[in-house]
Design a protein around this ligand. Sequence first.
Ligand code: HT7
Ligand code: ZN
Length: 868
Amino acid sequence: PQPIYLRDYRPPAFLVDHTELEFDLYEEGAQVVSRLKLRRNPDSDNARASLVLDGVELELRSIMIDGVEVDAERYSVEGEHLEVRDVPDEFELETQVWIKPQENTCLEGLYKSSTMFCTQCEAEGFRRITYYIDRPDVMSLFRTTIRADQSLYPVLLSNGNEVEAGVLEDGRHFAVWEDPHRKPCYLFALVAGDLHCQKDVFVTSSGREVELRMYVEHRNANKCDHGLISLKKSMAWDEDVYGREYDLDVFMIVAVDDFNMGAMENKGLNIFNSSCVLAKPETTTDNGYQRIEAIVAHEYFHNWSGNRVTCRDWFQLSLKEGFTVFRDAQFSADMGSDTVKRIEDVTVLRTAQFAEDAGPMSHPVRPASFIEISNFYTLTVYEKGAEVVRMIHTLLGAEKFRQGSDLYFSRFDGQAVTTDDFVACMEEVSGIDLTQFKRWYEQAGTPVIRVTDFYDPDTREYRLTFRQSCPATPQQTEKLPFHIPFAIGLLDASGQDIALPNGATTQVLHLTEPEQSLVFQNIEAQPVPSLLRGFSAPVRLEYNWSLEQLKFLMSHDSDGFNRWDAGQKLAIVVMQNMISDGSRDVPEILIEAYRKVINDTETDQALIAKMLSLPTEQYLIELADEADVQLIHQVREITQEKLGGALREELKACFQRNVQSSEAYAVDALSIAKRTLRNTALQMLLKTGDEEALQWALDQFQAASNMTDQIGALAALVHSPFENDRAQALSSFYDQWQSDNQVVEQWFSLQSGNPKTGHLQAIKALMQHAAFDIRNPNKTRSVIGVFANQNLTCFHAEDGSGYEFLADQVIQLDALNPQIASRLVTPLTRWRKYSEVRQGQMKLALQRIKSGGKLSPDLFEVVSKSLV
Ligand code: HT7
Ligand code: ZN
């Protein structure tokens, strides 16, 4: 497979003004008739081009132009293209193809998930449905007819509004859907099945009634409320904060069990992975509830940032994804705690996106080339892309940013555009020159900012010096300086913020040079700097904090994010010291800092819960030059146990304080914080082998009325030394929930994610379990994915068996579902982080994958780039 390059972008030779589709769905396959009204694109640089359509695994049965069969010598099918020569400037093309959704295991195009037909067309799945110009800058009006057996598929859905429906012969029926908005084919969707529908209504700010419908399999009929509530909140929020109203009379959500990603924003017909939309208190954790709210919002927000204004080409993916992730983060912050949301996002960014940025697949937010676009639905495009939009928001301020987004939506409504177009709107409304800033879209890698400071008591001057650099990444050895908004504050000896020259207590510096200094005058005594407040830019920060400074910031920083971060840094330094000097003593300063946190009932309890969690093994690995996984695991375990032992009484008090008297389940911030705190305390206590805590856990496990508490107790048991109780609880949990897929996925994850229950033999046994199915991405992720990404001591077993195992699974999966295979292989591609011996073993596993026969382009790209 060959890469394609952004620099080779050319406008399409033809445009599709109208697309009419007819689907006849059967148990053996499906017939698709497409009638396209085509015309030459006046902006094309080739006025005599043949018509070239994309198509994959289609059986072409007929082809006509303006109602006349096309002669065989005028068209040819080669590889993934249908070329039709000597076509007029304007014409109707009709094709008829036969496809086999029942045999489609890659879950792109039209496929079957349990008993229903459904589609996934982004990025290039539409070409598996019919011949088409499958690129996002070809936008068309769609009319779709679906015919199917009425008893098996009583519900027939597509984008837009249903304009006709009726009964046919032989027990079949039909529905016709028309979408009044032009859209690229990646936003097309079709669903046919026997589904329960829960309805609701939203009245827009201009007074229009929108019917909301959620379609689910009948067994999930009682799991729709939260999805619909989240949808209504999202619709109201987008009107309030961005002035964006919904634009159809009906908005539909469908839940499907087999899905490669979280959800898909098809126009008016969002399709969701069941695990990202179905919820009820007995089966869904608080995290699950919050995740669903965020994903429903994300997909809904795409209606403007992605659908009304879409991407010119797939290199611009972050135009819609970065912006929409930023919008959903703002939404989640508004629905709950701003600080906690920021902590969660930065945790993902620093743990996983920074690793991606430093790995073999490192790419800019706007990639310059790719072999397979599905490989670029990455943390860089999504999360770092959102950070880039966030920095623009910081640089412009909320008001100008809103003006910029209004201009963007009005200027480009109905068009397919670029990240440059987006930034140009922001420049235009603000008058700020973002030329240098745009390097964030072009340069890969995580910038490093090294900060040093000097206080001169004689002049009462405090000088901060910033040096920025960015490591080399594939294809980019030299980097130019970034424009970095760097928020700072200064604390005096009593922990109060010092007033800064801008008259406020936080100031955003514009770092644009390789080295820059800033001098603060009239500073009474050496201050403690609070650097990169709110994590104002996605950079690695280096500064020589003392343990005392960190403890001080943990208690006093007025920036909630930096309070948490100081605690994380303190724990990291302590654990890094234990790793390097071999000591196993947890210093008093960490214990005291944690004691203060546990006893703090004044601060937002959600923040306190976050502050109680030690940095993860993954983050400690990310920070290491050469990671010793077993040692990192050991030190972190010991630190947890010692903290648990030293703070036993405080943790017990914390647990009891947070046992709610009324157990009615509510998903408000305080109730969630209380559950998180009591479950965190329980887990810390159980790790120490505390018998009283064991009884609490067993009681909570039995009596829990919601999944957060039940699985909280189960997780505490799983991580505890109480082997028998753990085994019993795991087995009774399965007995209780075996009929619920979403809970079984949680049960799989809990076991595969930790060494006590997830050693390789146990993983292999889980894969033999009746509930496991390698063709279902959620099951695969919850067993194999969780094993390789979270159960690090077992995955990195000394004999290399974890790597061998992953390679075997990836090879097997590639034949079924290349997108899942190429994502699953990621942990092997990070070999540079580990010792020479492990590097050798990991590379061997990669080489075996590479040389093992015909690879999908997806897997080929990842494996070959990671072996360079
Ligand atoms: N825009 C959607 C992307 C997506 C996707 C991409 C590749 C393969 C399968 C997929 N399913 C959904 C999801 C989103 O970002 O909202
Ligand atoms: Zn998205």
